[in-house]
Design a protein around this ligand. Structure first.
Ligand SMILES: [Zn+2]
Ligand SMILES: [Zn+2]
Length: 385
């Protein structure tokens, strides 16, 4: 068997890994790297793409699934397999896809044609996010996907007692030492301060993911939320997503007070139609535009700041984004909501399982790891196993 890194190692974005055996060839994720417009797509030749039998998607985020159309345009004819929620979020973009849940429950192995056996588990990163363990005869390779064991919203089937020849593990937070719990404490204190002050806070969030963690933090404090229609829709349908959400999360958020507003961000909405930040009091406003790339959300962020409110960033900012600019100018605060692993957590995962070779992915720059079995790769690298 051979693992070929098409993207996602020593860079942030275009996660994509090709595994090839005698009888079967499959791709795990097909992401786009938005911050590198000159090299956004996975490093795959048309011939490699044509020979792929299966594409497994760990979740719906663009750095894992944003190259789907590109892949089909280049001759991909294989079968796409992902959780039903992931397929639903990517709706209309995938011909002939199959839902993981139709093959097997979490942690139960199922077998496809060509001798490929697959086990999946929930990875705690967002609704529909999974990890995969693949087996072809006695060869095993594990992909953690974007992985967080301690999410306050999402269920995680912890990866334990797994033997694998290769494990490709999330290490997006690199050598940052703070834990998920420390991050949660910091943002909780910030929200308490905002509640006392009586001003609103704007949270730019991605389409699926950290928004739900924020809803829980607001609900715990009895703070109301202001939600654009798409987030409100998602919020109302949470009870149908029990497979992915923790019970205490559902219990806590069912009493959330929220008001629904017109969609804004990502080319939708108009600046005049958003609620005035002046009259809102201590509410959390969510906008589905994590980088504040849309003119309407930028303008709204400025209004919130001008009224003495806060703009709170919770994830990575692209270097050229307005979110980064506000942070650099001291106008926005950064409070991480942990949705990935750091090096320490990755090492812990190694201890609790038996991996012969570990390949960290999602690390932005080349990191030097002390452990011998950790191999730092770059796109284009191959490993036989
Ligand atoms: Zn993700
Ligand atoms: Zn990712």
């Amino acid at each position: 068997m051979e693992l070929y890194v098409a993207g996602g190692c020593s860079e942030h974005g275009r996660n994509s890994f090709l595994v090839t055996g005698k009888k079967v060839s499959f791709l795990v994720d097909a992401g786009v790297m938005k911050e590198k417009p000159d090299e956004p797509w996975p490093k795959l030749r048309a011939e490699q793409i044509r020979n792929i039998d299966y594409l497994f998607l760990t979740h719906c985020h663009a750095d894992h699934a944003g190259a789907l159309r590109w892949l089909f345009e280049r001759g991909f004819r294989g079968r796409v397999i992902a959780s039903r929620a992931t397929l639903c979020f990517l709706s209309g973009k995938i011909p002939g896809a199959s839902a993981l849940e139709d093959y097997a429950k979490p942690l139960r192995e199922f077998r496809l044609d060509d001798g490929l056996s697959v086990t999946w588990g929930r990875s705690g990163h967002c609704i529909g996010s999974v990890w995969f363990l693949f087996r072809v005869r006695e060869r095993r390779i594990l992909f953690s996907g974007d992985y967080e064991e301690r999410s306050i919203a999402y269920k995680c089937d912890k990866i334990r007692d797994v033997s694998a020849d290769i494990a490709v593990l999330d290490c997006a937070y690199g050598f940052e030492s703070e834990t998920a719990d420390a991050h949660r404490k910091a943002i909780a204190e910030k929200l308490d301060e905002i509640r006392k002050r009586g001003t609103p806070a704007l949270f730019p969030v991605p389409a699926h993911g950290r928004g739900l963690d924020i809803l829980r933090l607001l609900a715990e404090r009895g703070m109301p939320a202001v939600l654009p229609a798409s987030i409100a829709d998602e919020y109302r349908s949470l009870k149908d997503r029990r497979l992915w959400l923790k019970r205490e999360f559902l219990d806590l958020t069912k009493d959330l007070r929220y008001s629904e507003i017109e969609e804004f961000g990502k080319g939708q909405g108009s600046p005049g139609k958003q609620p005035s930040p002046e009259g809102l009091g201590p509410a959390g406003i969510l906008v589905r535009d994590s980088q504040l790339s849309d003119a309407v959300s930028r303008e709204y962020a400025d209004r919130v700041i001008a009224e003495g409110g806060d703009v709170i960033l919770t994830g990575k900012q692209d270097p050229a984004s307005y979110a980064r600019k506000l942070l650099n100018d001291g106008k926005a605060g950064f409070f991480r909501i942990s949705v990935h692993e750091n090096e320490e957590e990755m090492l812990r995962l190694m201890k609790r399982n038996s991996f012969r070779v570990v390949i960290p992915y999602h690390c932005r720059e080349e990191l030097t790891f002390k452990k011998k079995k950790i191999r730092v790769l770059v796109p284009g690298d191959r490993v036989r196993f």
